[in-house]
Design a protein around this ligand. Structure first.
Ligand code: ACO
Length: 433
């Protein structure tokens, strides 16, 4: 962050404070209030962090008004169309796109860490088969810290790197195992000559009694979904990972915390909710009734897959998702997908309705991703798992950036206390009936 050249003036109870204003490379300036409490004995109040930069970061930039998403400066559209997930992982984690030899070394490391400790495969047997796969993911990823003791020292750069490679490599294997376990099929071991996305599809959909050939169009669609979900700066789950990591917790525990946060329907659970909503609408002709219900605040219905805390123009990922959904449906010969038809009509109707226009509500990444994942053969309960798989590289890159910052310390928000002031304890016999 550049040294402050501007400042903001704050007057409190007759005292005037000069607060430094700092600038990033692009994006809004920030008012640096780190010394505010020490000098004025007041806190700032911003419970949902709507106006608060919680950290300095060089990884991902979003301009919500312009609909721009950059990973390390590269537009998401270029990475999704011209790159692949492996180099996106390298870019997010190391800061630059890999050279051919860096890519070879990195891909080899990721590919050769895809198997999990055999004992970890037994861990699954403790779960009910009908457990939500996200519940299984939170537990199994957290349990990785009980298996990989040689990469838990967060102060050792090489151990941090090994733990990170392990998570990027093993998340697909564990996610596929969670899926296989839920449908009662045997686990399929990774295959090292396949790409990251193709290997994942094979681990999910192959069975031992049949050959399985990965469809390259579907593998490419999967890869794009991974790229689009790989990072999104300081969202709720990433902030969770950073806050958990700020205490010095090991990286496996931090990523498990991030997965737990992602599970919520306002965050990663939205694509599951969006698809359920499309299925409940069922027919493009019923869209007007649904829109009316969403606009009626007493109904407590939201248009799932619409709206975003940051994007107030268009989520650039949604455009790529819509195109990919079309490509996947064509490849699979699904000419008439009622849910895709409902989605397109819903998008058209909402984007021409003043309720959504005034509130700047547009489709987000989750609006179309459910349609693609369903066409690929995933049940809705797996959708957030796939999101977690893709986001792991973002979480781990943000965690690494935080740990490597010489000024990092434990995160500790303050509060505006509105509970009872000090009062004295009353014995039970004096508290009425
Ligand atoms: N449907 C209908 N109305 C909505 C929607 C929606 N999806 N989203 C926001 N609004 C309305 C709110 O009711 C509110 O209206 P009001 O001003 O009349 O009270 C206004 O728009 C602002 O909404 P907030 O909730 O204040 O906006 P916020 O930025 O906090 O919420 C969020 C963002 C949580 C994503 C919200 O838009 C939402 O719930 N969307 C549906 C869930 C979803 O798709 N989540 C995925 C997000 S992307 C991701 O996590 C990958």
């Amino acid at each position: 962050m550049a040294d402050a050249v501007k400042s903001a003036t704050l007057k409190i109870d007759g005292t005037t404070l000069e607060l430094p204003i700092r600038s990033g490379t692009i994006g809004p300036d920030v008012v640096d209030i780190t010394k505010l409490y020490a000098s004025a004995k007041v806190f700032t109040y911003d419970p949902a962090f709507s106006s608060t930069a919680s950290c300095e970061s060089k990884i991902t930039y979003i301009d919500g008004d312009e609909g721009i998403l950059l990973y390390r400066g590269y537009p998401i559209e270029q990475l999704a169309e011209q790159g692949d997930f492996i180099e996106t992982c390298y870019l997010l984690y190391y800061g630059e796109l890999p050279t051919p030899s860096q890519r070879r070394v990195f891909e080899h490391a990721i590919t050769h860490h895809t198997m999990v400790h055999e004992q970890l495969t037994r861990f699954f047997q403790g779960f009910r088969r009908d457990a939500h796969p996200m519940a299984v993911m939170v537990a199994v990823i957290g349990a990785m810290s009980a298996f990989y003791h040689d990469s838990l020292d967060i102060n050792d750069a090489r151990q941090r790197e090994i733990a990170s490679h392990r998570m990027i490599a093993k998340l697909p294997t564990i996610a596929a195992m969670a899926f296989k376990y839920s449908i009662g099929q045997p686990f399929v071991y990774p295959k090292n000559d396949l790409s990251y996305a193709a290997n994942f599809l094979r681990m999910c959909f192959a069975v031992p009694c049949e050959d399985y050939v990965v469809n390259p169009v579907l593998a490419r669609a999967m890869d794009k979904i991974f790229i689009l979900h790989a990072d999104h700066e300081q969202n709720a789950s990433t902030s969770t990972v950073r806050l958990a990591g700020s205490s010095g917790a090991n990286p496996f525990a931090c990523i498990a915390a991030g997965i737990a946060c992602l599970w919520g329907p306002a965050h990663g659970g939205a694509n599951e909710a969006a698809l359920e909503m499309l299925a409940a609408i069922g027919d493009p002709g019923k869209v007007p009734d649904f829109i009316a219900k969403v606009k009626d605040k007493t109904s407590h219905h939201r248009l799932m897959g619409f709206g975003h805390r940051v994007y107030k123009n268009y989520d650039p990922r949604a455009k790529i998702m819509q195109k990919t959904a079309h490509e996947v449906l064509v490849e699979l010969g699904i000419n008439d997908d009622p849910l895709f038809d409902v989605a397109r009509e819903l998008e058209r109707a909402a984007l021409s309705d003043s309720y959504f226009i005034e509130r700047k509500l547009y489709p987000n990444v989750d609006f179309y991703s459910g349609i693609i994942l369903r066409a690929l053969g995933f049940p809705t309960s797996m959708f957030t798992v796939l999101f977690a798989l893709a986001r792991t590289v973002g979480w781990i890159s943000q965690w690494k950036e935080m740990i490597e910052d010489p000024n990092y310390k434990i995160g500790r928000p303050r509060q505006l206390y509105t509970g009872p002031a000090r009062r004295d304890y009353l014995p039970l016999s004096k508290r009425g009936k």
